[in-house]
Write a protein that binds this ligand. Structure first.
Ligand code: SAM
Length: 276
């Protein structure tokens, strides 16, 4: 263990060989191309004094650039018990929390003035991590993530397309997402079987965000669990006359399918249903 640390420190961050063998269970595909890392960090738009939170720093491919980005403070959340203690040795000043982003109490970020969130997210947990972070969009200035290309397509998907679903509606209710660029498998070690893409999230204005996020999450899951069915059949008696009137006002009918509604229409439909 000691030997590994010493070797790693001597090699410096660029050698990127610390923390033992990459762990498949933690979705460890480490980025090896500094140009891609630099591009990701540049797209985060760090301003002097900002706090930055990196999810899954791994061997620090992005972290090195974050440390010289002008951020007032850089924090990282790393689940790997081997990597977490080594990161502050390589990046003095970096605050590393050895924790699972899936269980992290995001309200701990409350004390920070403005946070930018970044991560080359592990493929297996990227969607749930982004789902949870959306609740807290008001605390973020901007977020930039690398995810599997297919997930990126779902995030930015528009109604009436095959990729449009619960994840698109939920995230777009809180943030405006943009697909920035595609990344091939050759810039990672080990090489993943899929393509990746970088997506950026800009929080929506507070006035446009859902007031009852818990209820909206349940509603989205309910209607998209049966996305091919007609809304009238999915909602049954819960499709109140008020909700029917709302659909009509939008040029829609109870025979339409959930995937035909924009995130804004889904929110308004839920509100029109009253307490149903
Ligand atoms: N940022 C590094 C890079 O670009 O090379 C590593 C990216 S690798 C795809 C994902 C990283 O997330 C790994 O370091 C892994 O240990 C970490 N990780 C996996 N699951 C996690 C979780 N639930 N919470 C926090 N970190 C996690």
């Amino acid at each position: 263990r000691k030997e590994k640390t010493a070797q790693g420190v001597r090699g410096g961050a660029a050698s990127g060989s610390f923390g033992g063998r990459p762990k498949k269970s933690l979705g460890q595909n480490f980025l090896t191309d500094p140009n891609v890392a630099r591009r990701i960090v540049a797209s985060l738009g760090v301003e002097p004094g900002d706090a930055v939170l990196e999810i899954g720093p791994g061997r620090g491919a992005l972290t090195g650039f974050l440390m010289v980005s002008g951020a007032g403070r850089v924090m990282a959340l790393e689940k790997d018990r081997d990597l977490a203690p080594e990161l502050p040795l390589r990046f003095p000043g970096l605050c590393v929390v050895n924790a699972d982003a899936m269980r992290f109490a995001w309200d701990r970020l409350d004390r920070l003035p403005r946070v930018r969130v970044v991560g080359n997210l592990p493929y297996n947990v990227a969607s749930p991590i982004m789902w949870d972070l959306a609740w807290l969009a008001q605390r973020f200035a901007r977020a930039v993530f690398m995810v599997q290309l297919e997930v990126a397509e779902r995030i930015v998907a528009v109604p009436r397309t095959g990729d449009y679903g619960g994840l698109s509606v939920w995230l777009q209710s809180f943030v405006t997402p943009a697909k920035l660029f595609k990344v091939g498998p050759n810039v990672f070690t080990p090489r993943p079987k899929v393509d990746s893409a970088v997506v950026a999230f800009t929080p929506r204005p507070v006035s446009e965000r859902p007031r009852e996020p818990g209820r909206l999450a349940r509603f989205i899951k309910r209607i998209f669990s049966m996305r091919r069915k007609q809304l009238g059949r999915i909602l049954g008696a819960d499709l109140t006359p008020g909700a029917g009137d709302f659909l009509e006002s939008q040029g829609l009918s109870p025979r339409c399918r959930p995937e035909e509604l924009t995130p804004g229409q889904i929110l308004l439909l839920m509100n029109a249903m009253g307490d149903a």
